[in-house]
Structures are given as structure tokens and as C-alpha cells.
Design a protein around this ligand. Sequence first.
Ligand code: PEP
Ligand code: MG
Length: 566
Amino acid sequence: MTERRLEGVGATPTVGLGTARWYRPVDVTDLGEPPAPESVDTPAERERFETAQTEAAAEIEAERERTRERVGDSEAKVFDAHLQFLRDPQIEAGVDEALEDGLPAPHAVKAAFEGPIAQFEGMEGMMAERADDLRDIRDRLLRLLTDSGRTDLGDLPDNSVVLAELLTPSDTAQLDPDAIAGIATMKGGRTAHAAIIARSLGIPAVVGIGQALEAIEDKTEVVVDGEAGVVIADPDESTRTRAKESTQTSVIDESVSTSDGTEIEVAANLGTPAEAQPAVDQGADGVGLFRTEFLFQDRTEAPDETEQYEAYREVCETFSDCDEPRIVVRTLDVGGDKPIDYLDLDPEENGFLGARGIRLSLDEHAELFESQLRALLRVAATTAGAGLAVMFPLVSTVEELEAALAVVDSVADELESENIEYAIPELGVMVETPASTYLADAFAERVDFLSIGTNDLTQYIQSAQRDLDRMSDYQDPLAPAVLRAVDRTVQAGHAGGAWVGMCGEMAGDPELTELLVGLGLDELSMSAVTVPDVKNAIRETDTEAAEELAESVLAVDTLAEVQELL
Ligand code: PEP
Ligand code: MG
């Protein structure tokens, strides 16, 4: 049998080989025609709805706990959002109205969710994916109201590749990463909560494959290649061997150098403290980007200083057995594609070109910035916090940087006057705006390090919003304009005496390691799953050859030529 390849979007950059098992939940929305209104006992139906709502809340809470234990606090917070949606006044009013119109509880629930689901579906990017969360809640209520059974995803045979039209966050949270070889879904995007949970669990995943996935029958052997974004059914011998090899990249626990002895730090990007141990297990030297906004999202109020202190200290402690680990914590980076409900951010004013990142920290959310810095300076004074470093997101002027540094000083003075122990950690700036690449020399004179965020940098240099699929041709960090911006940042950073790292997605692609070494980066930070591949790639790199490659890549003018050279 010849192998069949299906293209999708890679959600976890790992490869898995296993046996296809279709997950087809019963379509609980297929309710048939409602009975005549006069035959419906409305008070009884209202009670039925309320009971289902209470049972649903109990289920969601149990799933939240399970996810918190197995994945992490921040991923578990999606279920807090589900609890909020479950009792959303607009939806409750919709149910009430439909009940008053004489519909029985299941039909009323279905009707009440229709409008809000359509509303989210009509939005762009991450907001569109919130429609999946709403469907998840609606279907949970309908399942409880109609007594439909639930397929147990937590009990699949070892080495299963789960195929589904779509997995909800609650489906994904049930999966046992040790038993599951991969996930392939017809629908869904990379930033959907289900994909984020799969990534944190390290399960190879390809989403958004479309109708074509239906052609793969149950029990077929499949490779899920989350790196290439393809699913291969009935793989031939060479594909199978390659898949097995890529599932077995050896973890390197010590720091690595190129073949001629240049040491490059390989660190992990984290969203939650729970991701720290898996990063240590993959051999990360430290953390190059801890995205603290995840601590603030999917809840009703900001975490206080104590909660933050515990979270940052936990990450530092998890790495304390590593050799002088550096833990780079980024201060709150909200706005753009990172909304926070309780901050009431306006999508227009706080969009990608509006008040986001450091701009909010220096202005209307100065209080959050201060409490975050207090927690960080306190952690820096602990033994585990010796390697702590703090960096500021989306800086585009020297004035902003100086203002941020002044807040660090004033927070230090405050702690001093309160007799609370603190230390000033290493300080750095993210280079992710075109302006910051031109000011890299001025930044480098004022801080210890720069870290290039190629996700935003590519978006701004190429003028192509990062969450718009239609702009994907522009979103390649290999575009000559982006590479030249990276080059000038590294040169200027070094000239100003700062070390320069990269924490955008580009840093985690082992195929680009040689180029990045050639461009002179001192540190690369990435999803933990790609750490072993990048460490292996560094060991195989010769600095002089890498520099020649970088030079030739910087000399060409088109993306096609860059790709050709690589
Ligand atoms: C970046 O922009 O490259 C980056 C690492 O930050 P984030 O993806 O969190 O915006
Ligand atoms: Mg960014």
C-alpha cells in the first residue's frame, strides 16, 4: 500500500507513530423537533436546566483540577473561563427566553448558544477559537440533559493516534501523554486551547487537516509529524524509520558548544511553572523566556505579589540542579493577541499597533508592573533566584527603557525602606519592533542583554499581522528584511557589551541553528520539545562555516534565494 500524506498545521513540533483511533462523540445537538409548547412543563424544564448547569459546573471543576495537576495552572484556567461562560448572564437570559417560549431544556440550551457561537465565529484569529470553548460547554450541557454517554478518552490503548473532527479542551485534558502517540484533527488552529494543552503535554499534533482526514480508517498505521504539519497514513519503511528516529533524539543534559568550542546557551520558553520540569527533562540549560502573562490570563483578577513570588521562585527552584541556570522572566506583555478580560483592553486601542507590552506597564497598568517587579527582586535575593534575569517586552524607545529602569530602582528603594531582602537581577530588553533594532546599540549600553522576539519582529518588519493565516507568505522570519534586522541587532548588541539571545519561534528550528550561530547569537530559547534537536545541531556546527553561511544569506535579496542557500 502506498503512503498517503495529508497536510495540516503542526501544533506540537514533535513526531509520533501509532495506530489510528477515531474519536466520534455522539452528536448531542441532534435533538429532533421540539414537542408542542403546550405539552411542555416549563417550571420542570427550568429545574432540569438548573440541575444540568450544576452538574456541568462540578464536571468542569473536576477537569480543572485534573488539568492543574497534569499540565499546569495556566492551562487549567481555560476551565475557569468555561465556568464563567456556563453562568454567562447573556446565555442564561437566552435559555430563559427559550424556556418561556415553550421549548424543553435541551432545545432551549441549543438555541441560547447559537448567537454567541456565531458571534465568535465571525471574529478573526484567537477570538474565533473561543467558539470552540462555547461549543464545548453547550455540548456538555446537552449531554447531561439528554443522558448521552461519553467516550472515555483517558482509557485508549497504548500508542493510539487520536483522529477527530475537533478536540475540545476537555477532551484533550483527558488524554494520557504516555499512551497517546499523536493527535490529528480536521478542524482547529494552532492557538486553540486544545492545541496549547497538547503542546504542553508534549503530544505530537497536527490540526486543521480538513475533510481529507476522513479517508484514514480506524487501526491504520499513521505518522503524526507536528514539525512538518503532515499526517502520513500507511507510512512506507523509510518514513517509518525516520519517524522512529525523530522520536528518539537524545537529550543532552550539559551545556553545548559548536564543534570548534563556541558555547551557545540553549534555553526553554515557558508559559507556566508546571512547564519547568519538562524543560529540565529535555535538557534545557535555563529559561530564555518565561511568558508571565499566562499567570494573569483566564481569571477574574491579577495575581498578587505573593502568588507571583511563589510562581517565579518555583521556576528557579526547578532549575536549581542545573549548572548556573539563567531564568529570564519577561514582565507582563498584554495587548495585541494577548487579551486579559479584567483589564478591559480595547481591541483597537490595545491591538498590535496600540498600547501593549511595556507601554501598558508604564502607563495605565503601572501598579501591575510594580507588584511584578517587587516579586521578581525578592526572588532574585533567594539562593535559587541567583540566575534570575528580567526583560521588558515591546520596547521601542530609549525613553521607555529608561522609565522601566527607573521603576526597577524605585521598587528597590521601596523594598529597602521596608527592610525586605531584594537583589537587582540581570536586566534586558526584547527586540521585537523595527525601532528597537535601530536602537539596539543604545539599549545595549543600558542593559545586560537583548533578546530578539522574531514572532513580533517579523510581523512588524513585514507589516503582516501574526495571527492572520492569509498573510502567511509574509510571516517567514527568513525574509531578507528580518534577517538583516537580526544581524544588525546582534552586531549592535555586542558592540554595546550586551549578550544577545533569540526567543521567537525561529530559535527552535534545528534547520536554522547553523545560520543563527553564524549570525552570532549567544543564546537560543525555544519550546522545550525542540531543545534536544537544537543542542545536537549546535554540536554539529562549525562556527567559521556558519559565519560564511550567514554572510552569503545576508547578501541575497529574496526569500527564495535565502531558502535556496539553506
Ligand atoms: C516574540 O514576539 O517573538 C516573542 C517571543 O514573544 P511573544 O510570542 O510572546 O509575543
Ligand atoms: Mg512578542
